[in-house]
Design a protein around this ligand. Structure first.
Ligand SMILES: [Zn+2]
Length: 250
């Protein structure tokens, strides 16, 4: 298990105040004593164009500090996906998040769709043919759905239950369904946490979800799986929740 992180993720770029640098700082401080940490290269403009329009990329470029961090976040997801392809699971502790970034538009503290870029990069190089995306963030990952709407081979699943038992049962059922995929990518949002906006899940639930993801990927996807950080705003427990998921995944 590898952790992806870059100190520039702490940059105070223009975004909503709730999507603050302390989010990745607390996760990094919890995970870095326990796991090897790798730093990514920024995504190139050619990478960004795999999913996004030139106009959207130019809009983000208007804020240079944001553009630098956003390309490093995309690069973090790309590195996590490359490690996963080699059979090494990875958790990308990145910001800004990405699952609300569509090909032509973005919202919800997202600018580039980190996970979609990482998968599309593997797909166009014919390193994968089929991928399963599991989005466990509280919010519907519209950007990822839009990114793969007209492209074959990538199945995107969002969990929308508003009750803890039903939520967990749905995650378990989806991962137990027979399917074929070459890689399993997880949009890991922790805003489903009991003390966060969603008021749903306990810390131990992220560990359980991580174990289900690992089992599904090992049974079907040759053990290729990775997760990237999306939401999660309750700072006191965010590090422990990420650790629980990572321990389940490892
Ligand atoms: Zn969210």
């Amino acid at each position: 298990m590898k952790i992806i992180y870059h100190e520039k993720y702490l940059t105070d770029y223009p975004t909503a105040s709730v999507e603050q640098p302390e989010r990745v700082k607390t996760i990094y401080e919890t995970l870095s004593p326990l796991y090897p940490v790798l730093g990514p290269e920024p995504a190139t403009e050619a990478d960004l164009l795999l999913v996004h329009s030139p106009e959207l990329i130019d809009r983000v470029k208007q804020a240079p500090s944001l553009y630098e961090v956003a390309t490093l976040a995309a690069g973090g997801a790309i590195l996590a996906a490359e490690l996963a392809l080699q059979g090494e699971p990875a958790f990308a502790t990145i910001r800004p998040p990405g699952h609300h970034a569509s090909p032509f538009s973005h919202w919800g503290f997202c600018f580039f769709n980190n996970l979609a870029l990482a998968l599309e990069r593997l797909r166009v190089r014919q390193l994968i043919r089929q991928a399963l995306v599991l989005d466990i963030d509280l919010h519907y990952g519209d950007g990822t759905v839009n990114a793969f709407r007209d492209r074959s081979g990538v199945t995107v699943i969002n969990i929308s239950q508003k009750n803890r038992d039903k939520y967990l049962a749905e995650v378990q059922a989806i991962l137990a369904e027979p399917r074929s995929f070459d890689i399993l990518a997880v949009s890991a949002g922790f805003d489903t946490y009991q003390k966060d906006w969603g008021g749903l899940l306990l810390t131990e639930d992220y560990h359980q979800i991580g174990q289900w993801i690992k089992a599904a990927a090992r049974a079907v996807g040759q053990g290729r799986y990775f997760a990237v950080l999306e939401g999660g705003y309750y700072l006191p427990d965010l590090g422990q929740n990420a650790l629980a998921l990572v321990q389940g995944l490892e």
